[in-house]
Design a protein around this ligand. Structure first.
Ligand code: UN1
Length: 499
């Protein structure tokens, strides 16, 4: 299906749409760069400052609104997402090149987050706790932080923003949302749905643009919380820029060098399928994608043969074609970056088992497509086995005893997602206890998290659980509230109250 007329990109600031910024850029389809998805204005510094001031000023009334009424906006949003699932998936497939079925799954993931948020609307927002003094009542109550900046990546342009916008707005914060410059159309559609669902126009601002827009948001002391998903380099910059702001919280999720461990007792077919899904789904462009397979030596030959043969058969092509397993890389720079890592692996001594490179599928000859690169390399410190690649590029490393596999899995600066394929309870338990990761999977690929589970990593992969369940503690703080019902003052710790 052809894409309809290009979208008119607009900023949503201070309760109105603005279609002029400091310039504009075109969002193009990565499967056919001639196809223009839309034209988007770049927010000017003045527009950004106005958005920040609006978010600050809108906070008190949004915070005072009944939490249940805020939650009900999410109920309406859920129905709008259900109504528009197909068109959202279509737009996403066109704009970022993910196969349509994956885009549908992502819209559903976003819907699940919205349903989850609606469902938590009537849950308790605090606790009654005991006091040392019988006449004292003590309470803990969660209150919103204030203004939250949400800076999100292109690869999950619908679900990941919803992971962050959902709890932030439910709890009573106001939000400045900057979608990736590679997925502005999906970001804008999402904001349109929020407005249609009845969220007050000032509680959410949409700012298009690249790093400079994000930087201005991060530099503002009005912004109390920065929720970021993206590269380790940008995440670190945000943390550095936030260092002097004592009540600023940064929750960042910053990719991984994820691994699938294939134990000696693994079922071969399950191991091959899990490895293919982990490494090549979304063309390896998930932060949870695997780029390392840690394989028991006794299975190595049989596994490798079947893995390479299966990778050979993967259908790469037009994301709108239902047969497509994976689509293009997001842009030429991303494709070239993967090609550099492919070459690097070879120069670092890898044995190339399947050479990846640019291809021109017949159903989309002009996109940024790459075939899978698979190699074997037993130098775990090689850069290609240490750095995030974000593409269809995977290295196989072998091990003899399980402790070696654990050392290999732990032997990078990242710690996001990990899978183990095994039939053994002991193996599974040892991996869980000894490996450092945020999300672990047994007899599954290391992708495909569900929204009600915490999502996030350790080490260079980030701090806390910036996404999905777990975010509540980031976008609220807990106040302690203590009330004395006695006739006179009595203090804790036996402190004298004589004056
Ligand atoms: C990402 O990898 O960038 O767990 C997000 C998954 C998805 C989210 C991925 N639910 O694969």
């Amino acid at each position: 299906m052809m894409h309809p007329a290009p979208m008119i990109g607009r900023l949503w600031i201070a309760g109105e749409w603005q279609d002029i910024g400091s310039g504009e850029w075109l969002s193009r389809s990565p499967s056919d760069p001639e196809t223009i998805i839309g034209r988007f204005p770049i927010a000017t510094p003045e527009q950004i400052d106005r958005a920040i001031a609006t978010a600050r000023d809108a906070f008190p009334s949004w915070r005072r609104q009944s939490r249940i009424l805020r939650a009900e906006c999410f109920d309406r949003l859920a129905r709008l997402i259900e109504r528009d699932t197909d068109s959202l998936a279509q737009l996403m497939a066109m704009e970022i090149g993910k196969p349509l079925s994956e885009c549908r799954a992502e819209v559903i993931e976003g819907l699940h987050m919205v349903q989850y948020v609606f469902g938590t609307g009537r849950e308790p927002i605090g606790q009654i706790v005991a006091s040392e003094i019988p006449e004292k009542d003590a309470f803990v109550r969660r209150v919103p932080k204030g203004v939250v900046a949400v800076i999100t990546p292109w690869n999950f342009p619908f679900a990941v923003p919803l992971w962050m916008l959902g709890p932030s707005l439910l709890e009573g914060n106001t939000v400045l949302f900057k979608p990736s410059e590679s997925s502005p159309a999906v970001g804008q559609r999402l904001v349109e749905l929020f407005l249609e669902a009845g969220f007050p126009g000032e509680v959410l601002q949409l700012l298009h643009g690249a790093d400079a827009v994000g930087e201005r948001l991060v530099q503002s002391p009005v912004v109390q919380v920065v929720l970021f998903t993206g590269s380790a380099a940008v995440g670190r910059t945000i943390m550095q820029q936030s260092a002097g702001m004592s009540d600023r919280i940064v929750a960042a999720e910053m990719g991984g060098k994820n691994a699938v461990i294939i134990a000696a007792d693994a079922q071969l077919e399950m191991a091959v399928n899990a490895a293919i899904l982990s490494a090549f789904k979304t063309a390896g462009q998930r932060c949870v994608s695997a780029s390392r397979l840690i394989v028991a030596e006794s299975l190595l030959a049989r596994f490798t043969e079947r893995f390479v043969a299966t990778a050979d058969r993967l259908r790469i092509g037009n994301p709108l074609n239902p047969q497509t397993f994976y689509g293009p890389l997001i842009h030429a720079a991303a494709r070239d970056n993967v090609l550099r890592y492919n070459a690097l692996a070879e120069s670092e001594g890898a044995e190339i088992l399947r050479r990846g490179g640019p291809i021109q599928p017949s159903d989309a000859p002009h996109g940024y497509f790459l075939s899978p690169q698979i190699y074997r390399l037993d130098s775990p410190k090689a850069r290609c086995l240490q750095e995030e690649v974000f593409g269809p590029h995977v290295g196989i490393v072998s091990f003899r005893e399980l402790p070696e596999a654990i050392d290999l899995a732990n032997g990078t600066d990242y710690g996001l997602s990990l899978a183990v394929i095994t039939e053994s309870y002991r193996t599974m338990r040892l991996i869980r206890e000894e490996c450092r990761f945020g999300m672990g999977y047994v007899n599954l690929p290391c992708i495909g998290a569900e929204v009600h589970l915490p999502f996030g990593g350790v080490k260079r992969s980030g701090n806390g659980h910036p996404s999905a369940a777990g975010l509540v503690d980031t976008v609220t703080h807990r106040i302690a509230w203590t009330v004395n019902h006695g006739e006179s003052i009595r203090m804790a710790q036996g402190l004298t109250a004589e004056v």
